[in-house]
Write a protein that binds this ligand. Structure first.
Ligand code: PHE
Length: 345
């Protein structure tokens, strides 16, 4: 009995076979159990010899089963590890439809180009938070409570829990709060740009709820509108690789005086945008001379310093450069669209 079962245990190829051996050996109706039942019919002398032998056999079989089970388990694990082995150094598989290699999104490319062009003109890069206090986003920029500009901005307000006594916060509606933060941190004179994400509840062919702006701010003792115009025209020439027609329109912003908006000449025909031709104009930025209240909010003395500021739509100038007529497509993550416009492989 002993050698028969120990052999069968050793030969069991998997846990199911092992269970079968267990049942036929030490299960309720197994051979060892039956033999134990026989003990009752034996003489006391025989029983004294056979009883302990059977018990010993049963425990020997039990531990052989356990040992075999552990061995099978280890082997199964080894097999799984070998089967699922992953070579992380292998190159990735192509998705078939998508570009062969990843590529930089057009908006990110333009972001980097814009930064490089302004860096050449001596502008440093500044940053600020996207969740901004309403003081930085509005009050400090000469937009007090109840000013109509607050309503016109389609602002996303951050929800507030009851009893929260922190100042109200918004998703910044423009990069202009970074003007204040930069003046507070660095004082005057100052020459910075701030590229970043901004948010407004607005959606159509030329508006998306998240978009990108680059803020510019130059403060010195005798900065004028003429410097602003020169910087912007230099920028557009570098960016488009040739001079393009721009239109400065008188406008109004609470944080600049005087203020101007700038449009770029383009045509919108045949499902594409072409810069520098036609009789269409795309508005790409707001600008002006920094309002004295704003300088004061940033801790800069308006009797000594003055400056210009502008806020340009990065996505807008990307539309113009790549002939993309619908801003929304930038944020749809459609690989076919990216390829069509020459991005990605
Ligand atoms: N912050 C303005 C806007 O978003 C743009 C702007 C920036 C205007 C700086 C003037 C000066 O729309």
């Amino acid at each position: 009995l002993r050698s028969k079962y120990l052999t069968r245990i050793g030969e069991a190829a998997d846990e199911a076979a092992l269970e079968e051996v267990r049942l036929s050996a030490i299960g309720k109706k197994g051979e060892v159990a039956l033999a134990m039942r026989e003990l009752g019919r034996m003489s006391p002398e025989e029983r004294q010899v056979e009883g302990p032998r059977l018990n010993e056999l049963k425990s020997e079989i039990t531990s052989a089963l356990a040992a075999r089970k552990a061995a099978l388990h280890d082997a199964a694990l080894d097999a799984r590890l070998a089967g699922e082995w992953l070579d992380v150094t292998l190159p990735g598989r192509r998705s078939g439809r998508g570009p062969a290699d990843g590529s930089v999104h057009p908006v990110s490319q333009v972001w980097e180009e814009v930064t490089a062009i302004f860096a050449d003109m001596g502008f440093a890069v500044a940053e600020g938070p996207q969740v901004e206090s309403d003081w930085y986003n509005f009050d400090a920029l000469n937009i007090p409570d109840h000013h109509p500009a607050r309503g016109e901005m389609d602002t996303f307000y951050m929800a507030r829990a009851e009893g929260d006594d922190r100042p109200p916060h918004v998703l910044r509606t423009h990069t202009s709060p970074v003007q204040i933060r930069s003046m507070q941190e660095m004082g005057a004179p100052l020459r910075i740009i701030c590229p970043g994400r901004v948010y407004r509840a607005d959606y159509d062919q030329t508006h998306t709820p998240m978009f990108h702006q680059v803020e510019g701010l130059a403060i010195d003792r005798d900065i004028s509108m003429a410097n602003l115009k020169w910087v912007l025209e230099e920028f557009f020439t570098a960016y488009f690789g040739r001079s393009v027609k721009t239109r400065f329109r008188a406008s109004h912003f609470p944080f600049t005086e005087p203020s101007a908006e700038v449009d770029i000449q383009c045509s919108f025909e045949g499902g594409t945008v072409k810069v520098g031709e036609g009789d269409g104009w795309l508005e790409v930025l707001g600008s002006g001379m920094v309002h004295p209240h704003v300088l004061r909010s940033g801790g800069v003395d308006p009797d000594e310093w003055q400056g210009f500021a502008f806020g340009m739509g990065i996505d807008r100038i990307a539309m113009l450069k790549y002939g993309i007529p619908d801003l929304r497509a930038f944020f749809d993550s459609d690989l076919r669209w990216l390829r069509h416009y020459g991005f990605g492989g």
